[in-house]
Design a protein around this ligand. Structure first.
Ligand SMILES: [Zn+2]
Length: 156
């Protein structure tokens, strides 16, 4: 049995479904930048669906390598898009992503940005095949060169 309520949200409830799903990494340092980008640049409204896993879109590239990760992600995305009537998918990768960092191989410094952009493009192509009629956009978020750092988004 549940105890008494501990908190009541001050925000009004709006039952209308957002039309955009954003696929990102879970990194909390970047999350409010993603949300502002969605609101201000993508004009995706004040609420969007978020599918967030460490590394963002990466499971979509694992069709051959780790099919169970690919299938986990794909099944959930299919269910979401079908039940929510999603018309737009936006995938965002970010600089300094721990997931991509951890996958560095041996002593070699791999250009993770290049790898992440490749993953975004490959995933976008697959998503467009899977979800006909759904718009797919991909972006890379990175730091500006100046201090203090700002977050900049590029379409890739
Ligand atoms: Zn990350």
């Amino acid at each position: 049995m549940a105890g008494p309520p501990v908190y009541e949200s001050t925000l009004p409830w709006d039952p209308e479904r957002p039309d955009t799903t954003i696929i990102t990494c879970v990194d909390g340092r970047w999350y409010h930048h993603f949300q502002e980008f969605a609101r201000e640049y993508l004009k995706a409204g004040h609420r969007t669906d978020f599918v967030a896993v460490p590394g963002g879109i990466e499971p979509m590239t694992l069709f051959d390598l780790v099919p169970k990760d690919f299938n986990f992600f794909k099944r959930r995305l299919e269910a979401l898009i079908e039940s929510h009537g999603t018309s737009r998918i936006v995938a965002i990768a970010h600089q300094d992503c721990a997931w991509y960092k951890d996958r560095k191989i041996g002593p070699f410094t791999i250009d993770m940005r290049e790898r992440q952009i490749k993953d975004l493009r490959q995933s976008a192509a697959r998503l467009r095949e899977m979800f006909r009629g759904v718009t797919v956009e991909t972006y890379f978020a990175r730091f500006s060169a100046d201090e203090p750092k700002r977050v900049i988004f590029e379409q890739v």
